[in-house]
Design a protein around this ligand. Structure first.
Ligand code: NAP
Length: 255
């Protein structure tokens, strides 16, 4: 099957690299016009250029409402009304609760949660003009469980589920669907730490599927939710985590 998002117009935040770039590339391959929006200008421009005429880059800090308005306007002008939004931009901040200052906690919430709220708020008028829409909010396994030393991150990712379900109820009458995707450990710049081969971390050998995920494991699920194949799916939550949330493989000693 090809052309699964033919003639759709998509904005992917955090589109300069990692999962966002892979999603943008797949959307374009399936017939969409796509705006890669990110704070990383050089990487974002290079990624858009490598995708070709179906893609362009726009600078976007997801915490800035005026910046959102400008990006939606530029997208409409270049490609037409927006019908797909992937709220994918996100950051991590490792810290114990008793050592984390409030500014750092707020920064994570601001990007991972408020950024998605501003994205939804900003694209809804455009999606109404498009006649329908699909919003995919990238949460995490950390939106389904606690994560030590990542309390701000986990809090933001849990809250995204509340935002998504509420938006799904509000926006369904406009045929705008809102769903969350919950990646587990995915090999991207976010999870690459100097001197550590993340792909060999013990965590992965206890997963049912026994390996770290890749951007190409996640992008097809996002594509499905963006496409008409998911036309009756809203307010739903999709884990893409090698089975991590199915349960604790270490209880059986690992196999
Ligand atoms: P990534 O490679 O770090 O990509 C995230 C992108 O978002 C980066 O280009 C980042 O730029 C950008 N960004 C950060 N703050 C921004 C802002 N204020 N406005 C616009 N863009 C901003 O990470 P990824 O793994 O692809 O992550 C994509 C999403 O998946 C995130 O929401 C993440 O929380 C989620 N996720 C990832 C994993 C994983 O294992 N990789 C697991 C579960 C969920 P900077 O470099 O400047 O930060």
């Amino acid at each position: 099957m090809t052309g699964r998002v033919d003639r759709r117009v998509a904005i992917v935040t955090g589109g300069a690299r990692g999962q966002g770039e892979a999603e943008a590339r797949l959307f374009a391959a399936e017939g969409a016009k796509v705006v890669l929006a990110d704070v990383l200008d050089d990487e974002g421009r290079a990624a858009a250029e490598s995708i070709g005429d179906a893609a362009r880059f726009e600078h976007l800090d997801v915490t800035d409402e005026d910046n959102w308005k400008a990006v939606v306007a530029a997208t409409e002008e270049a490609f037409g009304p927006v019908s797909i939004l992937v709220n994918n931009a996100g950051i991590l901040a490792f810290n114990a609760i008793d050592r984390q200052d409030a500014a750092e906690f707020r920064r994570v919430i601001d990007i991972n949660l408020t950024g998605a709220f501003l994205g939804i708020k900003s694209v809804v008028p455009s999606m109404k003009r498009a006649g329908s829409g699909s919003i995919i909010n990238i949460s995490s396994n950390g939106g389904m469980e606690g994560l030590p030393n990542l309390s701000a991150y986990a809090s933001s990712k849990w809250a995204l589920r509340g935002l998504s379900r509420s938006a799904a109820i509000e926006l369904g009458r406009h045929d705008i669907r809102v769903n969350t995707v919950h990646p587990g450990g995915i090999d991207t710049p976010m999870t690459r730490f100097e001197g550590v081969d993340q792909t060999k971390a013990p965590f992965y050998k206890y997963l049912p599927l026994k390996r770290i995920g890749t951007v190409d494991d996640v992008a097809p699920v996002v594509l499905f939710l963006a496409s008409d194949e998911a036309r009756y799916v809203t307010g739903a939550e999709y884990a893409v985590d090698g089975g991590h949330l199915a349960g604790d493989g270490t209880l059986a000693g690992g196999w």
